[in-house]
Design a protein around this ligand. Structure first.
Ligand code: UD1
Ligand code: PEP
Length: 422
């Protein structure tokens, strides 16, 4: 297994082009199961999660062709040949559970293994199942698999989520596109990923209104057709690379970045003293390496709040702030796995349940570290950019799930970063 070695190297300068969003693209891929005509996705990121989901879709009978070096994906689900999503594939990523809605909607039957994904909490699927039951599906659980049937098809219903679930909202939306009648989803996710999914489904002939608000209405249609859709920019990759000049100093332009994708995050970053400007091509982040960041308190929330997927990266920056910051993780109960590793690099962090108190230090020192999830891993790379000496990050497969060519992207702005075989 490869390792990544980062050597603190002073201010960063240059530009990074933001890739298509992993979490959006994965859900868009599952939408291809809803139609017997091809769905073409452009701006597809080259990531191991995308490859894993492609394999799962292929196992269901969907042909997946990559064009233009992998940046364009054509998914053709002319015929679904298998209605069972196997544990071996589903366990690797959470988003694979989102084949359930489209399969039940189109085939009236599906068996899907309970999912995997980052080990950041219990991550139940009860709300996904509640939504499908509301649409008339019958669900049984057996040997780690969810078996879902709706012999006469799904029927529109009112689905009210007790709290926001992104994946649950998206499974409900895809299922409802082919249901008989109208579905209203209350307390729906407002994430840009969900909005982009609805945009793609509408291009395929679905009738969805209200995306981006907490009430989404779906009028069921008889069939969906093919479409071509461009995946939106990855707001989490954007936020991650915005932290690089914040933590190490410098000036970096994020091409394709837009403030409205990460507004709550931008506000917190600006409160630390970092300057963010809109440019014609994206966002520019400027920070003087000599100035210490100001501490700031952060609470994660569903969109449009501060994203949980940027909490670890923000913590890495706040480890060097001039004072004490409080971080409150409200979405996942086990999402401070990066804290012990940052402490190995000299950070001062006290974690109590969902709260972390971060007391800034002047300097961190490189160390051998590893992380158990994607964003935790990247937070260690960011810390390494500002640390003295060499930081070696193990378990690189986590990074490869969600960051395309991270060494080239960070190397392109002057970071000393390399991948070495273990
Ligand atoms: C592939 C993908 O898109 N992953 C993202 C998605 O994950 P994911 O869709 O899994 O996250 P959810 O929004 O569903 O989870 C929010 C909270 O609800 C809980 N919950 C969820 C569903 C359910 O049936 N029951 C239940 O209790 C979860 O354990 C969690 O505590 O949104 C998260 C929140 O923005 C992001 O961190 C993930 O990167
Ligand atoms: C938590 C994440 O992914 P997943 O939901 O696939 O575990 C993530 O992208 O940060």
């Amino acid at each position: 297994m490869d390792k990544i070695i980062v050597t603190g190297n002073g201010p960063l300068k240059g530009e990074i082009t933001i890739s298509g969003a992993k979490n959006t693209c994965l859900k868009l891929m599952t939408a291809a199961l809803l139609s017997d005509e091809p769905l073409t996705l452009t701006n597809v990121p080259r990531l191991s999660d995308i490859k894993t989901l492609s394999e799962l879709l292929e196992s269901l009978g969907c042909e997946v062709a990559l064009l233009n070096g992998g940046n364009v994906m054509v998914l053709s689900a002319g015929k679904i040949t298998n209605r069972k999503a196997d544990y071996e594939m589903v366990r690797k990523l959470r988003a694979s559970f989102n084949v359930l809605g489209p399969l039940v909607a189109r085939e009236h039957e599906a068996t899907v293994s309970l999912p995997g994904g980052c080990a950041i909490g219990a991550r139940k699927v009860d709300l996904h199942l509640m939504a499908l039951e509301k649409l008339g599906a019958t669900i049984t659980l057996d040997e780690g698999y969810v078996h879902c049937t709706a012999p006469n098809g799904l029927t529109g219903a009112v689905i009210e989520f007790p709290f926001v679930t992104v994946g649950g909202t998206e499974n409900a939306i895809t299922a409802a596109t082919l249901a008989k009648g109208t579905t209203v989803i209350k307390n729906a996710a407002r994430e840009p990923d969900t909005v982009d999914l609805c945009k793609c489904l509408n291009a395929m002939g679905a009738k969805i209104t209200g995306a981006g608000t907490s009430e989404i209405t779906i009028e069921g249609v008889d069939r969906l057709h093919g479409a071509t859709h461009e995946v939106i920019a990855d707001r989490i990759e954007l936020g991650t690379f915005m932290i690089a000049p914040a933590i190490a100093g410098g000036e970096v332009e994020l091409i394709g970045g837009r403030r409205e994708l990460v507004d709550a995050f931008c506000q917190k970053l600006e409160a630390t003293g970092v300057v963010i400007t809109d440019t014609e091509r994206g966002l520019k982040v400027t920070h003087s390496a000599g100035d210490r960041l100001r501490p700031v308190d952060v609470e994660t929330e569903p969109f449009p709040g501060f994203p949980t997927d940027l909490q670890a990266q923000m913590m890495a920056a706040l480890c060097l702030a001039d004072g004490t910051s409080q971080l409150h993780e409200t979405i996942f109960e086990n999402r401070f796995m990066h804290a012990p590793e940052l402490i190995r690099m000299g950070a001062q962090i006290d974690v109590q349940g969902g709260h972390a108190t971060v007391t800034g230090v002047r300097k961190m020192k490189g160390a051998q570290v590893m992380a158990t999830d994607l964003r935790a891993s990247v937070s260690l790379i960011l810390a390494g950019l500002a640390a003295e000496g060499e930081t070696t990050v193990g378990r690189v497969y986590h990074l490869d799930r969600g960051y395309e060519r991270i060494e080239q992207k960070l190397g392109g702005i002057g970071a000393l970063i390399k991948r070495v075989p273990e």
